[in-house]
Write a protein that binds this ligand. Structure first.
Ligand code: HPA
Ligand code: ZN
Length: 325
């Protein structure tokens, strides 16, 4: 019903893992190009495998999928395909997560990854009119020493990487595990954010705020279990990058009609809507808006408010924000 509105509004996407935009068709094309054997016989077989009981089920397949990314051109093709798709959804600005440790651990050089992604971003700005920037995530299932090494590598690419995030298996890997490396990242001038409260408890959201000094919370669903925390997030106008279809596919919620987005808005939280890993979770950003709007019967005003939150919470320069709003 609100389809035309959703399509027509210029939007920001603030929570997209570029490796999670790898569609099975491109996965097969890159596997062929790089002489890599995939454990699936067809694109359909890949899609059939996308049945997840939880975050870890997804991550196992996500890391396997990204193993076809080898050359600078592969990273370029991945990012440019996503940015074209984003443009089709009327996305104006993207803050793109990437997982360098998922590549360097396989022998792909850090600069191969950043060169390909940043070349696609530069071309998309010029040819599509979509602005984008890179936010490098540490894999939280690895140790802090590995994150430290990754930060050391990123310092040489400070002109291309604007922020630092934290992703991968949440349970058992609290934000406090990365306190030192986030301190260094902040001191170096990076914007900082972290996944928290997706599967992990509200205490991980507190830690992300107090120990990592984050400026945004990725997901944040379980913050709703702690009234004091909600009050603080509201007071601090801390944006949450919510990902409805991800939450459904990873069974963070059992049904979109039970999704906390409306309750979050009613509490005064600054929520945004994003796709997370669109190739795996069944929809790009507009599809996330469509399905959550329908499930929660969001009004046109509520949809427009979420879209505006995306611009306010973004790292776009203020003049650009004003133009877009
Ligand atoms: N959560 C944690 N790590 C991730 C995700 C996610 O939704 N997507 C890609 N890495
Ligand atoms: Zn995510």
């Amino acid at each position: 019903m609100n389809d035309a509105l959703i399509r027509s509004l210029p939007k920001c996407e603030l929570h997209i893992h570029i490796e999670g935009s790898l569609e099975p068709e491109l996965m097969f094309a890159l596997a062929r190009r790089n002489g890599i054997a995939l454990p699936y016989e067809s694109v359909e077989a890949v899609r059939r495998a996308y049945q997840f009981r939880n975050l870890q089920d997804f991550l196992d397949i996500y890391y396997q999928g990204m193993s076809v990314l080898i050359t600078e051109q592969d990273f370029y093709d991945l990012a440019f395909a996503y940015l074209e798709r984003a443009k089709a959804d009327n996305v104006r600005h993207v803050e793109m997560f990437f997982d360098p440790q998922g590549h360097t651990a396989r022998g792909v050089a850090f600069e191969t990854v950043t060169d390909g992604l940043s070349r696609a971003i530069a071309d998309a700005e010029r040819t599509l009119g979509v602005s984008a920037c890179l936010v490098m995530c540490f894999l939280r299932h690895l140790d802090e020493a590995s994150a430290e090494k990754t930060l050391d590598e990123a310092l040489a690419f400070k002109d291309r990487i604007v922020g630092i995030g934290l992703d991968s298996s949440e349970a058992g890997h609290p934000p406090s595990k990365f306190k030192r490396v986030f301190g260094r990242a902040r001191d170096a001038g990076f914007f900082v954010t972290a996944h928290a409260g997706e599967e992990g408890p509200a205490s991980y959201v507190w830690e992300a705020l107090d120990e990592l000094g984050v400026e945004r919370i990725d997901h944040g669903n379980r913050a709703m279990e702690d009234e004091t925390l909600v009050g603080r997030l509201v007071r601090e106008k801390m944006a949450l990058t919510v990902c409805p279809l991800s939450n459904l596919r990873l069974r963070v919620v059992d049904d979109l009609s039970h999704h906390p987005l409306r309750r979050m808005m009613d509490k005064g939280l600054v929520v945004t809507v994003n796709s997370d890993d669109p190739a795996y979770f069944g929809g790009y950003v507009n599809q996330n808006y469509r399905e959550i709007s329908e499930a929660l019967a969001l009004s046109r005003e509520e949809i427009a408010a979420i879209v505006r939150n995306g611009f306010h919470a973004s790292l776009m320069p203020d003049e650009e924000k004003k133009k877009a709003l």
